[in-house]
Design a protein around this ligand. Structure first.
Ligand SMILES: Nc1nc2c(c(=O)[nH]1)N[C@H]1C(S)=C(S)[C@@H](COP(=O)(O)OP(=O)(O)OC[C@H]3O[C@@H](n4cnc5c(=O)[nH]c(N)nc54)[C@H](O)[C@@H]3O)O[C@H]1N2
Ligand SMILES: Nc1nc2c(c(=O)[nH]1)N[C@H]1C(S)=C(S)[C@@H](COP(=O)(O)OP(=O)(O)OC[C@H]3O[C@@H](n4cnc5c(=O)[nH]c(N)nc54)[C@H](O)[C@@H]3O)O[C@H]1N2
Ligand code: SF4
Ligand SMILES: [Mo]
Length: 880
C-alpha cells in the first residue's frame, strides 16, 4: 500500500481512510479496506476530503487584536492575561470550551491544564450539545458511561430500531452496513422513529412519524408491553418495579394518543420488539437534544434491560456518537461535570487524579455547563474564555446572545484552523491550529474503537498542534514539569496510564495495556476497541456480557420515566415546531465541507422543509423565500415543500452561518432550554412562526475571485472554483442594475453585455474576452444552468453564440442537468429522469448507465425516490 492510513475527521463512524499525495500535489482519498469500521467504504464527505485541503481562508499565524504576532508574543500574552485574570478574580473566572473534534491528546492536555492546574472545572465542550444526555443515560443505567455495542451488532440484529437518527445522512457508512445486511437477510426488520420521513426511511419496514418530543411515551408503553409479555427481567437488575409503575398507564391507546400515532403502528412496533431477541436500538440527536433527553435515553435502555436484549451479539441500546472524537472527549473527562478518565468529583477520585498528576490544585467540584458557561460570560463572572475546535456563535442555542456575550468578554481566545468563522470574528486572540492531515493523534469512534489520525501534510504557515499550544501556555503559567510534552505519544501513554491507575475493574474505561507503547508502536497502532487491559491488540467488542455493572451493587438500573413534552409548546403567536438537523453533504458550520464545490451541489442554499398543508395555509410556492421567527431571532431561507414533513413542523439545517448566508443561523431561533440532568439544549423543538417573504426580485451573481456579498436583503454564498457565487433577493429592486453592481465592486475596464425583458435583467461583464461578472435578475426565482456559468468562467467562451448562451445563463448546447443528486459523479436530476424515461428501472441500472450511486451510495435513497416518483406518474398517466 502507498499512502497514509488515517481516520476520517467527520462523523463518529470513524472510517479508516488512505490518503495518497500525488505528484501534482493533490491528495487521493480512498477507504481503508482493513479498517473494521468501514472496510473500504466511504461516504461522499469522506470521499471529498481531498478537495478541502487547500489553504484558502486558513488561519496561518497567531493574531492579537486583528494583527499578526509571533508565537512568542501570542503565548506569553495568553499566559500573562490568563494569569492576571486568575490572580484578580480566581480560577472560576476563566473557562475552556472544547470540542469532540479535538484529538484525544489535545483534549487530555486542555482538561489537565484546566481541571488539574488552573483548578477550575470550567472546561466544557460542544459534546454538551450532542452526547451529554446519552452519557447521563448510560451512567444512570450502568454506573458508567459505556456504550455496550459494536457496529457488527447492527448487522447481526434481526430488528434495528433507529430513533431520532437520520443515519443515511449523518452516519452514512453505518447506514450502508445496515442496508447491505438487510439486503443479504431480507427478513431483518428496520423501524425508523422520526417525526419526519427521512432518507433513512428508505430501508424501513415501519416508520413511526411521532409527535415531536414524545418518544419517552412510546418507550414507556413498550416497557409495559414487554412486562405483559413476560419479559425476563432478572436478579441482575434493580429498579424494575418503579420503572414499571411509572409505565403502568402507558397502554397502546394512551401511547397512540400522546405520540399522535396510529395505534396499529404502535402495537406492530411493540410486537416486533418483544418477539425479537436480537434487537439494536440506535439513537441520536432526536433523543439527546431534548429538555428531557436523559430520561428518553433511559426509557430506551429500560426496554433493553427488561427484555434482556443486551450484552450479546446483535443487540443493545446503541447511542451513536456524532463527532469523530466525541467518545474520546468523554474518556479524557472533557465535560465540566467529569474529572478525567471516567472519574468524577468524589473526594477519593479528586485525590487519586491529584496524586497521578502531581497537583494539589485539582478542581473539587463540577464546573459550568455550556449554556450556563456562556451566561456566566454574559454576566461577567467568566472574564476569559478559550474556545478550541468549535463555533459556538453558530451552534449554541440562543446564538445571538452567545455572540453578544463574547463581544463583551474581556478576553476571548479562539484556536481554529480558519481565519474567519462567526466565533473567530469575536476573538481577541486567534491561535492557528493544525488541521486534519497535518496533525497526529488518536480518536475514538461510536463503538469505542481507538484509531490513529496521522499527518501526511506539512504544517502550513505557523500553524501548530493544539496540544503544543496548550502545553506552551501551561509552561508559561508556571506548570512546566507537568506539561513537558514533546510528542503526542507521550500524552497518550499518560492518558492510558491514568485510565489504569488504581483501577481493579471499578472503572470500565481502562486502556492500561496501551500505556507502554513505544513512540513507534503508537505510530503504528491498529484500531482497537476499549477496554484494552491485557495486550495492546486485545480490545473488547461488547460490554455488559456477564450482566455485571459498575454500580456499587453490580446491578443494572431501570429508571422510572415520566414523559415530558418539549418545554416550549407552540402557541398562538408561534404556532409551529422548528426541528433542526443535518444535511447529507455538509459538516456542521461548513468551515471544511463548505470549501468543496462538489459538496455544495446537493443542497446549495439554506432551506426550510414544510408540509404542503403549511404551504397552502401560508400561501407559499416552491422556491419562495420564507421568514421564520422565534422569540429570540429569525432566519430567511428557501421554502422546500415536502409531503414527508410532519404537518405543523418545519425542518431547517443547522449548518448555515454568516460566512455563507445573510440570516440563516438556525440557533438564533433555538431557546436555551436544557435537560436538568445533562444540561443538553432542546435543539430539535423550538416554537416559531412562518411567513412568506415578499421578494420583489431574485438574482444570482457570479464574480471572478473572492468577493464579499453585495448589499441585498438576502444573500447566500455557493462554493465554486475560482469565483464567488451568490444567490440574492431583495424587497425593492434598484432602478439601475448596472449602477447597483458597479457601485459595489471595482469592475474597472469591464464592459457589459446586457439583456432585458419582462421582469428580467441579465448582464455579463467582460474584460479581455474573460467574463468577470455575471448577474441574472428576475421577479421570481432565477432559473439558470449554474454549471454552464461556472464552465464559462473557467474556459472563456470563444464564439458569439457561446457568449450569448452565457448571457442567457445556459450552456451553448442548451441542456441543463438540474439539481445534483450524485455528488461523487456529478449526476443531476435531469439526466437521471431522462435515463428513467428511457427505461432504467432500478438503482443498479441507473448506476450502470450514469455511474450515480456506485461509489459512496449516499444518494441511493434519493435515486429510489426519483424512480418511485417517475413510476407513480407513469401509472397515473396510464390510469388517466
Ligand atoms: N452529513 C453530516 N453528518 C453528520 C454531521 C454533520 O454535520 N453532517 N454531524 C455529526 C454529529 S456531531 C452528530 S451529533 C450526528 C447527528 O446525527 P443525527 O442525530 O442522526 O442527525 P440530526 O439530523 O441532527 O437528527 C436526527 C433526526 O432527529 C429527528 N427528530 C427531531 N425531533 C425528534 C423527536 O422528537 N423524536 C425523534 N425520534 N426524532 C426527532 C430529526 O427529524 C432528524 O431526522 O451526525 C453526525 N454526522
Ligand atoms: N440547532 C441545532 N444546533 C446544534 C445541533 C443541532 O442539531 N441543531 N447540533 C449540535 C451538535 S450535535 C454539535 S456536535 C455541534 C457542532 O457545532 P460546532 O462544534 O460549533 O461546529 P463545527 O463546525 O464542527 O466547529 C468546529 C470548529 O473547529 C475548527 N477546527 C477544525 N479542525 C480543527 C482543529 O484541528 N483544531 C482546532 N482548534 N479547530 C479546528 C473548524 O474550523 C470549526 O470552526 O452543533 C450543535 N448545535
Ligand atoms: S461515514 Fe462518511 S463522514 Fe462518517 S467517518 Fe465515514 S467517511 Fe467520514
Ligand atoms: Mo454532535
Amino acid at each position: 500500500m502507498s499512502g497514509c492510513r488515517t481516520t476520517c475527521p467527520y462523523c463518529g463512524v470513524g472510517c479508516g481512510v488512505i490518503a495518497d499525495r500525488q505528484a501534482d500535489g493533490r491528495v487521493a482519498i480512498t477507504g481503508d479496506p482493513e479498517h473494521p469500521a468501514n472496510r473500504g467504504r466511504l461516504c461522499v464527505k469522506g470521499a471529498a476530503l481531498g478537495e478541502t485541503l487547500d489553504l484558502q481562508g486558513r488561519l496561518l499565524w497567531p493574531m492579537v487584536g486583528g494583527r499578526r504576532v509571533s508565537w512568542e508574543q501570542a503565548l506569553d500574552g495568553v499566559a500573562a492575561r490568563l494569569g492576571a485574570v486568575i490572580a484578580e478574580h480566581g480560577p472560576q473566572s476563566v473557562a475552556f470550551y472544547g470540542s469532540g473534534q479535538l484529538l484525544t491528546e489535545d483534549y487530555y492536555v486542555a482538561n489537565k491544564l484546566m481541571k488539574g492546574f488552573i483548578g477550575s472545572a470550567n472546561m466544557d465542550t460542544n459534546s454538551r450539545l450532542c452526547m451529554a444526555s446519552a452519557v447521563v443515560g448510560y451512567k444512570r443505567a450502568f454506573g458508567e458511561d459505556v456504550v455496550p455495542c459494536s457496529y457488527e451488532d447492527i448487522e447481526l440484529a434481526d430488528l434495528v430500531v433507529l430513533v431520532g437518527a437520520n443515519a443515511a445522512w449523518a452516519h452514512p457508512v453505518v447506514y450502508q452496513r445496515l442496508a447491505q445486511a438487510k439486503q443479504r437477510r431480507p427478513e431483518m426488520r428496520v423501524v425508523v422513529i422520526d417525526p419526519r420521513r427521512t432518507a433513512t426511511c428508505d430501508v424501513a419496514d415501519l416508520h413511526l412519524p411521532l409527535r415531536p418530543g414524545s418518544d419517552a411515551g412510546l418507550f414507556n408503553g413498550l416497557l409495559r408491553y414487554l412486562a405483559q409479555q413476560g419479559a425476563p427481567g432478572g436478579e441482575h437488575l434493580s429498579g424494575v418495579a418503579d420503572a414499571l409503575q411509572a409505565a403502568q398507564q402507558w397502554t397502546p391507546a394512551q401511547v397512540a394518543e400522546f405520540c399522535q400515532l396510529d395505534e396499529r403502528l404502535v402495537t406492530q412496533f411493540f410486537h416486533w420488539f418483544a418477539a425479537t431477541a436480537r434487537t439494536v436500538t440506535l439513537y441520536s440527536q432526536g433523543i439527546n437534544q431534548s429538555s428531557s433527553g436523559s430520561d428518553k435515553c433511559n426509557a430506551i435502555i429500560n426496554a433493553h434491560l427488561l427484555s434482556g436484549n443486551i450484552g450479546a451479539p446483535g443487540c443493545g441500546p446503541f447511542s451513536i456518537t456524532g463527532q469523530p472524537n466525541a467518545m474520546g472527549g468523554r474518556e479524557v473527562g472533557g465535560l465540566a461535570n467529569q474529572l478525567a478518565a471516567h472519574m468524577g468529583f468524589s473526594p477519593e477520585e479528586v485525590d487519586r487524579v491529584g496524586r497521578f498528576w502531581g497537583s494539589e490544585r485539582v478542581a473539587s467540584q463540577p464546573g459550568l455547563l455550556a449554556v450556563d458557561l456562556f451566561r456566566a460570560v454574559e454576566e461577567g463572572q467568566v472574564k476569559a474564555i478559550w474556545i478550541m475546535g468549535t463555533n459556538p456563535v453558530v451552534s449554541m442555542p440562543d446564538a445571538d446572545r452567545v455572540r453578544q456575550a463574547l463581544r463583551c468578554c474581556p478576553l476571548v481566545i479562539v484556536s481554529d484552523v480558519m481565519l474567519h468563522t462567526d466565533t473567530a470574528d469575536c476573538a481577541d486572540v486567534l491561535l492557528p491550529a493544525l488541521a486534519w492531515g497535518e496533525k497526529d493523534g488518536t480518536v475514538t469512534n461510536s463503538e469505542r474503537r481507538i484509531s490513529r489520525q496521522r499527518a501526511f501534510l506539512p504544517a502550513p504557515g505557523e500553524a501548530r498542534a493544539d496540544w503544543w499550544i496548550l502545553s506552551q501556555v501551561a509552561q508559561r503559567m508556571g506548570f512546566g514539569a507537568a506539561f513537558d510534552y514533546r510528542h503526542p505519544a507521550q500524552i497518550f501513554r499518560e492518558h492510558a496510564a491514568l485510565s489504569g491507575f488504581e483501577n481493579d475493574g471499578q472503572r470500565a474505561f481502562n486502556i492500561r495495556a496501551l500505556a507502554t507503547l513505544s513512540d513507534a508502536q503508537w505510530q503504528q497502532l491498529a484500531p482497537v476497541q476499549w477496554p484494552v487491559v491485557e495486550t495492546p491488540q486485545m480490545g473488547t467488542a461488547r460490554l455488559y456480557t456477564d450482566g455485571r455493572c459498575w454500580h456499587p451493587d453490580g446491578k443494572a438500573r431501570l429508571l422510572p420515566v415520566t414523559p415530558q413534552l418539549p418545554r416550549h409548546q407552540p402557541n398562538a403567536a408561534y404556532p409551529l415546531v422548528l426541528n433542526t438537523g443535518r444535511i447529507r453533504d455538509q459538516w456542521h458550520t461548513m468551515t471544511r465541507t463548505g470549501k468543496a464545490s462538489r459538496l455544495m451541489q446537493h443542497t446549495p442554499e439554506p432551506y426550510c422543509e414544510l408540509h404542503p398543508q403549511e404551504a397552502q395555509r401560508y400561501g407559499i410556492q416552491p422556491g419562495d423565500l420564507v421568514r421564520i421567527s422565534a422569540e429570540s431571532g429569525w432566519m430567511l431561507v428557501r421554502a422546500q415543500i415536502q409531503p414527508g414533513q410532519r404537518p405543523g413542523s418545519l425542518f431547517v439545517p443547522m449548518h448555515w452561518n454568516r460566512q455563507f448566508s445573510q440570516q440563516a443561523r438556525a440557533d438564533c431561533l433555538i431557546p436555551a432550554v436544557t435537560d436538568p440532568h445533562s444540561g443538553q439544549p432542546e435543539s430539535k423543538q423550538a416554537r416559531v412562526r412562518l411567513q412568506r417573504w415578499p421578494a420583489a426580485w431574485q438574482g444570482e451573481l457570479f464574480l471572478r475571485g473572492e468577493m464579499p456579498p453585495p448589499d441585498s436583503h438576502y444573500w447566500s454564498r455557493l462554493t465554486a472554483d475560482g469565483l464567488t457565487h451568490y444567490v440574492l433577493a431583495g424587497l425593492y429592486a434598484p432602478d439601475d442594475w448596472l449602477a447597483w453592481l458597479t457601485q459595489q465592486y471595482a469592475l474597472d475596464g469591464v464592459t457589459f453585455q446586457q439583456a432585458q425583458g419582462d421582469g428580467l435583467f441579465h448582464a455579463v461583464g467582460w474584460r479581455q474576452q474573460q467574463p468577470m461578472a455575471a448577474l441574472y435578475v428576475r421577479d421570481g426565482q432565477v432559473q439558470l444552468d449554474r454549471e454552464a456559468v461556472y464552465a464559462a468562467f473557467a474556459h472563456p467562451p470563444q464564439t458569439a453564440q457561446q457568449r450569448l448562451a452565457l448571457l442567457a445563463g445556459r450552456s451553448a448546447q442548451g441542456v441543463s442537468d438540474g439539481r445534483t443528486i450524485c455528488s461523487c459523479f456529478a449526476v443531476g436530476e435531469q439526466r437521471i429522469a431522462e435515463a428513467i424515461r428511457q427505461g432504467c428501472c432500478s438503482v443498479a441500472q441507473l448506476g450502470e448507465r450514469l455511474q450515480c450511486g456506485t461509489n459512496c451510495g449516499s444518494c441511493i435513497p434519493e435515486l429510489k425516490s426519483l424512480l418511485q416518483r417517475q413510476s407513480a406518474s407513469t401509472a397515473q398517466r396510464r390510469a388517466g
